[in-house]
Design a binder for this molecule. Structure first.
Ligand SMILES: *Cc1c(COP(=O)(O)O)cnc(C)c1O
Length: 476
């Protein structure tokens, strides 16, 4: 017995002989000798295990094929593109906003060429990286708020959580910040207003109740230790029923009367009026500043449609203090982010074409009719993929904007809904969902109410052919 095994094992080809096979020579060209050698050793070890378990010996060509497969798998990036059919447009776990080609091109240039990141080309002196986008922001805001936009300055950090942390650390460290209990939000991924406050060394003073906060609650909370009144856009939930919040303008009046800054964490914050595209109204930084806020913070990769960034806009003296904080240096953004942000903001100069050019806005403004027509086209390949036992239908559904924007308002869309008629469809649905996730470009849907739901809002029609091809290659 032992003897047979050793004879079989000795029949396994040597590493060097395998590496000389044409298939592996071209794999070496592609992936490098080291990688292919490692993969060869790993496959030989696996073959040895098979032999020991009494299985047949794979021939050299079969072995070569699995070596190439192993090398290709290794070469595949971990950060892979997926099809987002979850129905949530700005999906934080799937990377939020998609950048416009203009932003991608600007990133490539900034990445591959020296650029004037902190260099003033006009006078040859040192420049400020924030000045790459500050005038553009002012220009965009001026469209709705006029000359007043020039009174404000801006600074950019890594994300909105960093923006809030930095602003609190600068303005309220060792002092008190007043926030309504109804706004002590938790955003996904461990951003909690009370925690950020603590980290910034600010003492949180909670006012009002979960459902109702009044102007007098703000006024009465102010003491000699108060450094800031803060409002947080309750971006991922809504309190309905017997509720009261205080208008930004009223809080601003109270703050101003006491000489205390008023800051608003807007979360998403779009720079344009969504009414133009018949989208639900979302607060803008312009509205907040016009209402009297001294500082506004918002994300770059939510409704703005740009790269991950945190944007702080507000009173020049406060922004100057923020920029002097050593934390600003730790939280600053790189040239690639700034290149993408600048290019994205430039698109806002031409609002007429914004919905065509800004992918996020394009997805948000797709009509239910278009999406339903797309569903008709995709039904047959998906039916073939889901197998004979499945039953598919096209159903109206409601997409979510996501990332905290407009938690209640939804967008009418269409979904392909896959069911397995029978008593316990759970296993079949889970298997189908896993097969879709296992595709070269994984398809991410949502199982709910005994059905797999694929909301097609975020499937760019330009990607349809590719979407169908991979389904056809791996049919049931
Ligand atoms: C999303 C959000 C944040 C966090 O912003 P990031 O850019 O993800 O860091 C903070 N506050 C509010 C209200 C938000 O909606």
């Amino acid at each position: 017995m032992t003897q047979t095994k050793s004879i079989s094992l000795s029949q396994l080809p040597a590493v060097d002989r395998l590496l000389n096979l044409p298939a592996l020579c071209s794999a070496i060209d592609q992936h490098g000798r080291q990688t292919v050698t490692d993969c060869t050793r790993a496959e030989l070890a696996a073959a040895r295990e098979l032999l020991r378990a009494g299985h047949a010996l794979p021939d050299a060509d079969t072995l070569a094929l699995s070596i190439v497969e192993r090398a290709e798998k290794l070469a595949r990036p971990k950060l892979r593109p997926v099809f987002n059919l979850t129905g949530t447009v700005l999906h934080t776990n799937l990377g939020r906003a998609l950048l416009a080609p203009e932003a991608v091109a600007a990133m490539a240039i900034a990445a591959t060429s020296p650029c004037a990141l902190e260099y003033d080309i006009a006078d040859g002196g040192r420049g400020d990286r924030d000045s790459l986008v500050e005038p553009l922001l002012a220009e965009i805001m001026a469209a709705s708020m006029g000359e007043k936009a020039k009174e404000f300055a801006a600074t950019i950090v890594n994300n909105n959580a960093a923006a809030v942390l930095l602003a609190l650390d600068t303005l309220a460290k060792g002092k008190e910040a007043v926030v309504s209990r109804g706004e002590l939000v938790e955003i996904g991924g461990a951003f909690r207003v009370p925690d950020i406050m603590r980290r910034a060394g600010a003492k949180l003073v909670e006012i009002g109740t979960t459902n109702r906060t009044h102007a007098k609650d703000y006024a009465e909370a102010i003491t000699a230790k108060t450094a800031l009144l803060m409002k947080v856009h309750t971006s991922n939930y809504a309190v309905v029923g017997f509720t009261k919040t205080v208008d930004e303008a009223d809080i601003a009046d109270i703050a101003q009367a006491q000489g205390i800054p008023f800051m608003i964490d807007l979360g998403s914050g779009t720079l344009t009026d969504f009414a133009r595209w018949h989208l639900p109204k979302e607060p803008t930084p312009q509205d907040s500043l016009a209402a009297g806020a001294d500082l506004v913070t918002f994300s770059g990769d939510k409704l703005l449609g740009g790269p991950q960034a945190g944007i702080i806009v507000g009173r020049k003296d406060l922004i100057a203090r923020i920029k002097k904080n050593p934390l600003k240096r730790a939280l600053r953004v790189g040239k690639i982010t700034l290149a993408a942000l600048e290019a994205t903001l430039r698109l806002y100069r031409d609002p007429d074409r914004l919905a065509q050019r800004l992918p996020t806005l394009h997805l948000l403004t797709r009509s239910e009719h278009d999406i339903a027509a797309q569903a008709e086209r995709l039904l047959p390949p998906l039916a073939a993929f889901a197998g004979e036992q499945s039953s598919l239908s096209i159903e109206p559904c409601m997409s979510q904007i996501g990332s905290g924007a407009l938690p209640v308002e939804r967008l009418a869309s269409a979904a392909i809904v896959i069911r397995y008629p029978g008593k316990r469809p759970g296993k079949l649905l889970a298997a189908l969902e896993a097969r879709l996730r296992g595709l070269p470009q994984p398809v991410i849907g949502r199982i709910a109410d005994d059905a797999l739901r694929l909301d097609l809002r975020c499937l760019d029609p330009a990607d349809e052919v590719r979407f169908c091809q991979q389904l056809e290659l791996q049919q049931a």
